[in-house]
Structures are given as structure tokens and as C-alpha cells.
Design a protein. Structure first.
Length: 280
């Protein structure tokens, strides 16, 4: 990679890192304000308001919030069940905040797991997610196919005694590509997804179809290819008896022959990573 290309990549990564940190700051700020009786809809409005106050006008998708057994997608059968409801938060209840803002043309997609008070089950799930972060990075660097890595994540979950809940997402994805979009003062959204981001994902899907890869990381045959260079929002999601937990963050994949530069997490200064470090 040339010096100019390295400089351009560094500039781009700074932009993505900035919006990802902004999204996690929002998650921590909103989580600190949650209290008994707040509904999922209110929690999503809190996320939107916090980010709008800081200049966010576009979205890959609008914020989500899931409380209680909805963190494990219990009974989810159709996409509309992912949208926020009037479920009220109660003491000890787990929650997940998920948001995907676009800022200055850069996209983030993050997931933040917590509970209102002590929840030992979710604490255990969060601790066990560290092994998934390590496995995914190691196998992407080995250039295993996305489908194979997905299956290895599945096997790790089984060994840990958990259920795979990202399989409940559309197409069962554990990750999807993200990219820059044109900077606009405001853009419409359809079914909670920003139209610019949807167009970009559709363009990637068409290009990938011609070239033999997919922007969706799934358990299906269309993901049976090595990791494609780019930025991937990765979200392993564990479930256990009505409690769910996940993280979501950006993994950078390049065409470098240096293993450490061929794939790396965009940022290691994130809430779940700090939490694991503190527990050691």
C-alpha cells in the first residue's frame, strides 16, 4: 500500500472511529438515565435526541432498545418485532441499546448491553463474549471464509451453553459492511433505515454478486468466501433463558499481507473492552 493510500485510509478510519465513539458515548449516557418504568420507545427517543443535539442528521438505522426477554429476541418471528415497544424497564432487567448514526458522512453501528441493577446472567454472557471477539479477529486474519467463521462462532456458543440470537436477524447475519455516504443536512428513512445507507448496501450487494462476495455475513452459501476488504459492523449475540447480550463494533479488513494489518478492530477503547480489562 502506498504512502498516499495509507494516509487516506488513516483519515477515513479517524472519521469512523469518531462516530463509533460518539454512538457509544450516547449509549452510556442514555443507560445512565434509564429507570424503572421507562419504555423501549422512550429509550429510543432518548438516543435520537442525544445524537441530534450533537449534529447527527442521518442514520444507517434508527435506534433500537430491547428490554427483558426481548434482549434474547424471545418469540421474534417477523422484522416488525425488532422495533421498540411499550415494554417497561424493571429493576434487575437486562437491556440492549442499538444505534447506527451517520455523522460527517461516516457510519457506525453499535450495540450496548446492560441491566437496571444487578443481573448475574447477563454479566456472565458479557464476560463470555470476549472469546467471540478474539475468535472472529483470529479467523478473519487466517482468511477463513465468512461462513466458516460464522459456524465456528456457533460452535463456541454451544460449548458455552448459549443460543445464537443473531441468527434471528434478517438473513441471520452476524455482520454487514458499512461505508461512507454523502453528507446531507437530512435524509429520509424507510422502515427505520436511512435511504442513503440502503442504497450503498444495495450497490455493494450488486457488485458483490458479480464478483462472488456478499456485504452480509451470514450462515448461508452467499457468504462462503474470504473476508472482503472494508469495514464490517460485527455483532455476536448470545442468549440464555430469556436474557440476551451482545456487542457491536467495526472490524477493519484490508488486503495487507501482514497478519496484524490484514484485520483489526477499529477501536479497543470501548465499554465492553474496558470492562473485560477491569475484570482481569
Amino acid at each position: 500500500m502506498t504512502t498516499a493510500a495509507n494516509s487516506e485510509l488513516s483519515t477515513r478510519l479517524r472519521g469512523f472511529r469518531q462516530v463509533q465513539r460518539l454512538a457509544y458515548e450516547c449509549a452510556e449516557a442514555v443507560a445512565a438515565r434509564l429507570e424503572p418504568g421507562i419504555t423501549e420507545r422512550q429509550a429510543t427517543r432518548m438516543q435520537r435526541a442525544w445524537l441530534r443535539e450533537r449534529g447527527v442528521r442521518d442514520w444507517f438505522h434508527l435506534p433500537f432498545a430491547w428490554f427483558g426477554d426481548r434482549t434474547a429476541f424471545t418469540g421474534f418471528r417477523v422484522p416488525l418485532q425488532f422495533f421498540p415497544t411499550d415494554r417497561r424497564l424493571e429493576p434487575g432487567m437486562p437491556f440492549i441499546l442499538d444505534m447506527a448514526p451517520v455523522y460527517e458522512g461516516y457510519t457506525a453501528d453499535i450495540g450496548y448491553s446492560g441491566s437496571l441493577g444487578v443481573n448475574p446472567v447477563q454479566d456472565r454472557l458479557m464476560a463470555d463474549l470476549e472469546a467471540h471477539r478474539e475468535l472472529i479477529l483470529r479467523e478473519v486474519r487466517e482468511r477463513r471464509s465468512l461462513r466458516e467463521i460464522y459456524e465456528d462462532v456457533d460452535r463456541l456458543m454451544v460449548r458455552q451453553g448459549y443460543a445464537n440470537r443473531h441468527r434471528a436477524y434478517p438473513f441471520g447475519v452476524i455482520a454487514h459492511k458499512v461505508d461512507q455516504v454523502k453528507r446531507r443536512r437530512w435524509t429520509p428513512h424507510v422502515l427505520g433505515f436511512g435511504t442513503q445507507s440502503l442504497k450503498g448496501l444495495a450497490a455493494d450487494a450488486l457488485r458483490g454478486h458479480r464478483e462472488g462476495w456478499s456485504p452480509l455475513w451470514s450462515p448461508y452459501r452467499f457468504s462462503d468466501h474470504p473476508p472482503q476488504p472494508g469495514l464490517w459492523a460485527v455483532e455476536p449475540h448470545l442468549g440464555f433463558r430469556g436474557t440476551g447480550a451482545k456487542f457491536e463494533e467495526i472490524l477493519v479488513v484490508t488486503d495487507s499481507e501482514d497478519p496484524e494489518q490484514s484485520a483489526f478492530w477499529l477501536d479497543d477503547d470501548l465499554p465492553h473492552v474496558r470492562r473485560w480489562a477491569e475484570e482481569k
